[in-house]
Ligand binder design. Structure first.
Ligand SMILES: [Zn+2]
Ligand SMILES: [Zn+2]
Length: 428
């Protein structure tokens, strides 16, 4: 029998709410019945209006007639908002690639607000959904498989349903007071830091209108489209040095435009190695976001920076080189010549040590205890499907389903990591 949450339905549509992230909260807790796609008029109106206003502003005040200080303001407000997204929303909050002090979290929340891409909570939940169900035309909010335009900005115009949002981990977000407060006051903080502040700063050199047009409107366009390029072009064009299991790509031009996020094939669950604070692991990779995190670390403001193991990185590169250059596809080695246990022995093993987390995946017993803190989907997810001693056989029986696409389509690198924790084969 299928697990109750393994549902599919008619193709829903998805959309962010730039103006009011709270308006989707009711659909985040539990599955909602899918319906026909609905235009999100409020969202679409705001998005189109800012474009028209920015283009009209640039016509009225072209760059060659604009004060240098105002153009510098445009560049800085664009870049700062971008780092609010890349360093804050993406690497800190969505992927927990590092820990940050309260002050850093507040600054990143402010910068992220100014990017007008929804609150931290709103953005991260959808981003986690994108990683969990990458390229799935129904469950990936900006699935590249639905076309370049859709993955770039088409999804903005439709009301979301997010049938699987209730499967996404959110406790870490809801327990952070910075996230809670930013979510509550998102609209006012976005307007204040995205439009009012650039206008006031422009007024310092008698160019409030220029500050509004370039530091407010035009900079929003750059922030939006550069971020959206990560969802669209980064899944369409470039290189796949680490994995070709999904559409994610690495692209230098994109990396230059997006504070380093263009190295999409590597970064975090983008889509090969989760949780690494670097989008580009090599020194030569353009990735200012990782340099910022590194400097914060040196200043004692960021801790627990996470990196993928170098042997995993090397192995992934070797695999892709052999596959793409030499045309040799190495099969995955699922063989097992260790002990064989029946379910009673598995339960005994799980019980032998308090806190031990044992999951049964693909017929093998996996001791995931030491991996709990590293698991990209969170420790709770592993515990949920672990072998426990009360009558939850249904749940641990579903670990197979969860691992092989039900909860996440695990990458080759993740499957390889899982095999390292095998302790026995399940028999009987
Ligand atoms: Zn990501
Ligand atoms: Zn992606």
């Amino acid at each position: 029998m299928l697990p109750p949450h393994r549902k599919t339905g008619p193709l829903p549509s998805f959309s962010p709410s730039f103006m009011s992230p709270k308006s989707t909260s009711s659909s985040e807790r539990a599955p909602t019945p899918p319906g026909p796609p609905q235009i999100w008029w409020g969202n679409a109106f705001f998005f189109v209006l800012v474009h028209i206003a920015a283009l009209a502003g640039m016509y009225y005040m072209p760059p060659w007639k604009t004060k240098k200080a105002t153009l510098l303001l445009w560049f800085l407000t664009w870049q700062l908002a971008d780092f609010g997204i890349t360093v804050g929303y993406h690497r800190l909050y969505s992927h927990k690639a590092f820990r940050a002090s309260l002050g850093v979290r507040i600054v990143l929340a402010i910068l992220g607000s100014s990017a007008f891409q929804g609150s931290i909570k709103w953005w991260c939940l959808r981003h986690r959904l994108h990683h969990r169900f990458t390229d799935d035309p129904i469950h990936d909010p900006y699935a590249a498989t639905r076309g370049l335009f859709y993955s770039h900005m088409g999804w903005i115009f439709f009301k979301p349903t997010h049938e699987r949002m209730h499967l996404i981990e959110r406790d870490d977000l809801e327990s952070d007071p910075v996230v809670r407060i930013q979510h509550k006051y998102y609209v006012s903080s976005a307007l204040l830091f995205g439009f009012v502040c650039p206008t006031l700063l422009g007024a310092l050199w008698n160019d409030a209108i220029g500050g509004y047009i370039w530091g407010g409107l035009v900079a929003r366009l750059f922030i939006w489209h550069c971020t959206f390029l990560v969802n669209s072009l980064a899944h369409w064009d470039g290189l796949q040095p680490y994995s070709d299991e999904d559409t994610s790509r690495g692209n230098l031009i994109l990396a230059l435009l997006t504070g380093g996020e263009g190295n999409h094939n590597f970064s975090f669950q983008h889509h090969s190695f989760p949780h690494d604070f670097r989008s580009g692991p090599s020194l030569l990779d353009w990735d200012p976001s990782k340099w910022i995190i590194f400097v914060l670390h040196k200043l004692g403001l960021a801790t627990s920076l996470r990196r993928v193991r170098s042997e995993d990185l090397g192995e992934a590169l070797r695999y892709m080189y052999r596959k793409t250059v030499l045309g040799i596809v190495e099969p995955e080695d699922d063989s097992w010549d260790g002990p064989e246990w029946n379910i009673e022995q598995v339960k005994e093993f799980a019980q032998a040590k308090p806190g031990r987390c044992v999951v049964v995946i693909n017929g093998t017993v996996v001791d995931a205890t030491v991996y709990l803190g590293e698991h990209p989907g969170g420790a709770n997810m592993l515990r949920k499907y672990s072998v426990r001693l009360h009558d939850d056989a249904d749940m641990w029986n579903e670990a197979d389903w969860a691992f092989n696409g039900g909860m996440n389509t695990h990458s080759r690198a993740a499957r390889k990591r899982m095999r390292e924790f095998r302790v026995a084969k399940l028999v009987g």
